[in-house]
Design a binder for this molecule. Sequence first.
Ligand code: GRG
Length: 296
Amino acid sequence: MDLQAYVMKHQIRINSVLDKCLPNTEVEPKILHQAMRYSVLNGGKRIRAIFTYAVGEALGAKPSILDKVCAAIEIIHAFSLIHDDLPALDNDDLRRGKPACHRVYGEGIAILAGDALLTLAFEILATLYQQGLNAEVQAKIMKVLTHAIGSQGMAGGEVLDIVYTNKEITLKQLKTIYILKTSDLFGASVLMGALAAHCENKITLKNLKKFAYYLGLAFQIHDDIIDIEADSALSGKPQGSDILKNKPTFPALIGLDMAKRKEKQAFGKALAYLKKSSVNNNILMDLSNFVITRKY
Ligand code: GRG
């Protein structure tokens, strides 16, 4: 199957799973459920879930287990975007080309929609054993995810983002923020795909983690480049918004050309680790390539 067909098939699949996992807007508190559905179902590439599907399928995971794992990841991702857009953090009005959650529902509801999504993700993972996953693997999946989004993962990265705002920052410090904010959830996505297939091979898991580390870094540097080069109609956010906000980015620190070189280097390392892992296949290679060629 070519990449486009694979991506479309899995986007349709995960969107349908998410639709079923999210609370109905007819159930009280309706406004909270509306805000949750608005933020999860308002588009998005679903790249993290698609990586999870790709790794899980390559290793023979059960589809119903992968669906739940992928839903949890995309729900967590949506939660992080809601909170990231809030005035206290990035203060963005647009997300995925539409008004951010807090612009539609107000800040209080947006905060609580994020909180409810975070807990929903773990409620979904807590039902994995009903799909036949053994309890030990279920616990491992939850540990991988909690670590990736906690104080030494995504939440920690977001804190460093605040700490360094309007301060001098080195490339090394910025790289650390990118790893925590982006690579760690990418890492959790591929590892959870492997764990969902009951993969216990330590070398495979280690190589997949390193692959996601460098791919997440390349993804985030590419995000910086998109901010400068891409059309806002495609990217869903105003062109040059990082520059306007004076955000530290790779191009801001080392220039656009050097940022592109760093992106290529990170991508090269990612591919090397993917090849070393036993899950290397064309879909994963093409999907990785999409990360650094995407326009949005
Ligand atoms: C996770 C406990 C916890 C707290 C949240 C707010 C916050 C702390 C973290 C935000 C981290 C963040 C926004 C990282 C940026 C990640 C990123 C590059 C988002 C864009 O991802 P895409 O391009 O988006 O995959 P789509 O819209 O396609 O899903």
